[in-house]
Design a protein around this ligand. Structure first.
Ligand SMILES: Cc1cc2nc3c(=O)[nH]c(=O)nc-3n(C[C@H](O)[C@H](O)[C@H](O)COP(=O)(O)OP(=O)(O)OC[C@H]3O[C@@H](n4cnc5c(N)ncnc54)[C@H](O)[C@@H]3O)c2cc1C
Length: 448
């Protein structure tokens, strides 16, 4: 197979990258290991969409996100864009997203190759000549002028020999994994303040005795569902390296076991849950952090909290440094920062406290955003590879902000535009025409 731009991975970053490349005039192929789009938004049932909210007048992210939301709204899968962008999180129906995203991409002219797993790349002096995927036919060669790594784990960059980092520098630990699950058949009218209060008290007790491993005591919400009587729950954690298949297998099994325990608790203890049932388990354990590429620039904590802007800005992010405990702890260890009250030994609090962010310095300035520079999407020495999504060049702390889905879509808009613009200008990734890219981002309705 062959295309101008080959995007690997159809999550928030990859969907947007493929859409933007096609909208900017490139013949585009989107390769995905599963048989549908969405990445974590569908395989992990993650929601709501975060990172776009700036204020009630303007969003920080538009482009593919806006088109996707408009399509989902028409299909009854979320609110209209005019209302949705004014919300801190955009709730949606993850089943509708599968269909809506595919339609948006088909309308833009994107071609698909599903059920194909990236395997390796043929690289010469920083130039990827072709990649190989593996599927039911065996190995398949795919040629492209430009490639976009939107695998979340930087698989393409890493196996092409470009430098990557993983986790925090002190011990390589990454944010914990987790999973979201949905429970339907809830009589939500019966979830009075009193019922919620009592349920929370019981949940906290079960957590303190170790019977439930939950990092919050919430009763779910409308994240990846908008249906009455259905809620999505984000409560579980599992620590480990999600690029290690043995660890990932353990995570899948353990997270499903925890989910079932939590569900049983609700069903047996909380009025309104008597007739409820699990309507969706994750398809893939929720992965927050694995590899980051080493790009021409690495985004830092200071970039985030100072709301820094750069001349080569290609995306805006309003989200904050949200690091889920890399040890997967749940008792008094909600997020990872200097003030963490974990009762257990933590090497970071003991030896590297200076590295940790402060609880009151996690956010960009109010009503403001920080730039994601084009350089964060370009692996050092790569001639025809860009990245999009959570594996862009950012340190452990900054990626805690850039990993959310709207921001991943914004970097996708940029990566697709960068690839198509390079083809148009006949230049390689190292000399990407930034001004042209910025014009093209605006042309497709994006923001930077
Ligand atoms: C528990 C949890 C809760 C979260 N909560 C929120 C939230 O509330 N709001 C929010 O906005 N974000 C949230 N996030 C973060 C967000 O979901 C992810 O960071 C985001 O989806 C990353 O997008 P991506 O496109 O980079 O990667 P992914 O979403 O992981 O997509 C990568 C795609 O590439 C495919 N792929 C991977 N490897 C290969 C390969 N080798 N060959 C072919 N295909 C491949 C995958 O199947 C997938 O479709 C959460 C994450 C977790 C884990």
């Amino acid at each position: 197979m062959k295309a101008d731009v080959v995007v690997i991975g159809a999550g928030p970053g990859g969907m947007a990258a493929a859409w933007a490349a096609a909208k900017t005039g490139a013949e585009t192929l989107l390769v995905e290991r599963y048989g549908f789009c969405g990445g974590m938004a569908t395989t992990g049932i993650i929601g709501s969409i975060l990172g776009h909210y700036l204020n009630e007048k303007e969003p920080a992210v538009a482009g593919f996100l806006k088109v996707l939301v408009e399509k989902m709204a028409v299909l009854g899968g979320c609110e209209k864009w005019e209302n949705a962008f004014k919300k801190y999180g955009i709730s949606f129906d993850s089943e509708i997203l599968k269909y809506a995203a595919e339609q948006v991409l088909l309308e833009a002219g994107v071609k698909f190759l599903y059920h194909s797993y990236f395997l390796s790349a043929n690289v010469n002096s920083g130039m990827i000549n072709h990649i190989e995927v593996v599927n039911k036919s065996g190995k398949m060669k795919i040629e492209g002028k430009f490639f976009i790594d939107a695998t979340g784990d930087a698989d393409v960059a890493y196996f092409s020999g470009f430098e990557c980092t993983k986790g925090r520098p002190q011990d390589g630990r990454t944010e914990s994994m987790g999973c979201i699950f949905k429970i339907a058949g809830i009589d939500e009218d019966r979830l009075t303040d009193d019922v919620v209060k009592q349920a929370k008290e019981k949940l906290l007790k079960l957590r303190s005795t170790g019977q439930l491993k939950i990092f919050n005591e919430g009763l779910g919400g409308k994240g990846s569902t908008i249906r009455k009587g259905e809620r999505s729950f984000n409560m579980t954690r599992f620590a480990g390296d999600a690029t290690d298949p043995i660890t990932l297998t353990q995570a899948e099994i353990s997270l499903r076991q925890e989910t079932f325990k939590i569900y049983n608790f609700f069903k047996e203890n909380v009025p309104g849950f008597e007739n409820s049932y699990i309507s969706a388990f994750h398809i893939n354990a929720g992965i927050r952090e694995t590899r980051q590429i080493k790009g021409l620039y690495t985004l830092t904590e200071q970039d985030v909290i100072e709301g820094r802007k750069t001349d080569d800005s290609i995306a805006r992010c309003t989200y904050w440094i949200d690091i889920h405990c890399p040890f997967g702890r749940t008792i008094n260890a909600h997020l990872c920062y200097k003030e963490c009250q974990t009762p257990d030994y933590c090497i970071m609090l003991d030896k590297y406290k200076d590295y940790l962010p402060s609880k009151d310095k996690l956010h960009p300035p109010a009503n403001d955003w920080f730039s994601i520079p084009a350089r964060c999407l370009i692996p050092e020495k790569a001639k025809n590879l860009f990245v999009a999504g959570r594996c862009i060049s950012a340190d452990h702390k900054a990626m805690g902000a850039t990993r959310v889905m709207a921001t991943c879509m914004a970097t996708g808009d940029a990566a697709g535009t960068m690839a198509a613009s390079c083809i148009e200008e006949k230049c390689d990734a190292q000399s990407v025409p930034v001004k042209k890219v910025q014009q093209n981002i605006i042309h497709i309705g994006g923001l930077y």
